[in-house]
Design a binder for this molecule. Structure first.
Ligand code: COA
Length: 177
């Protein structure tokens, strides 16, 4: 019930958000004045409050079941690295994304989970999450990245291409350096 009410408030807020306010957010973001990007090499490195806030973001963007799935993955020994973007107050998580070495080959990496808080979309946070993950893959001497997504546009702008579209509409995308 509370979640539903929060969703309604968020929708109302978005409805009232003026293009002017959006432009201010965009300029502040571009000036990189207030947004902090954190990188965690595994979930064990992460403070508990960051984990909790990440789960809240997943719940806000998706739903309770997906948030539970995300939370369970903390304990599953999945070798994810996490990129997290904090808001201007350094307290709220406005975006998160994951990456991991694929196991297919030493230089192949995978992108997983990527999302941005609804009120902060369209100002480049999604692209920043991709840029940051690609930077990390390069630091690891990775040469190829795989990702499965329905939002091909989100990765095409980072040099990915679609190599196959599955029956359910998911695209297998690759990027090579
Ligand atoms: C996908 C997602 C992460 C993008 O985050 P974001 O912060 O809004 O992305 P950005 O601000 O970096 O990019 C917005 C840009 O994409 C463009 N865009 C938005 N929707 C688009 C679409 N359907 N097709 C093409 N371009 C689109 C915008 O016009 C904007 O372009 P511009 O930078 O040239 O103005 C965000 O929408 C999200 O969290 N979605 C829900 C979770 C999800 O689907 N994750 C899967 C990601 S693979």
């Amino acid at each position: 019930m509370r979640t539903t009410r929060n969703r309604v408030y968020r929708k109302l807020y978005r409805g009232f958000e003026s293009p002017y306010l959006r432009q201010i957010k965009f300029i502040r973001f571009k000036l990189n004045m207030h947004y902090k990007v954190l990188h965690f090499k595994n979930s064990g490195d992460m403070p508990q409050d960051i984990k909790t806030k990440m789960v809240h973001l997943v719940r806000d963007v998706y739903d309770d079941d997906t948030a539970q799935e995300f939370r369970n993955e903390f304990d599953k020994n999945i070798p994810y690295e996490y990129v997290v973007v904090l808001d201007e107050t350094d307290t709220n998580i406005i975006g998160l994304a994951c990456l991991m070495n694929s196991g297919l080959d030493f230089d192949i990496w995978e992108f997983a989970w990527a999302m941005v808080c609804v009120n902060y979309r369209g100002i480049g946070v999604g692209k920043l999450l991709n840029d940051e993950r690609i930077k990390i893959v390069k630091q690891h001497q990775g040469k190829k990245i795989l990702c499965v997504t329905q939002k091909a546009w989100h990765l095409v702008r980072n040099g990915f291409r679609v190599v196959c579209t599955f029956a359910n509409g998911d695209n297998l995308m690759v990027c090579e350096f």
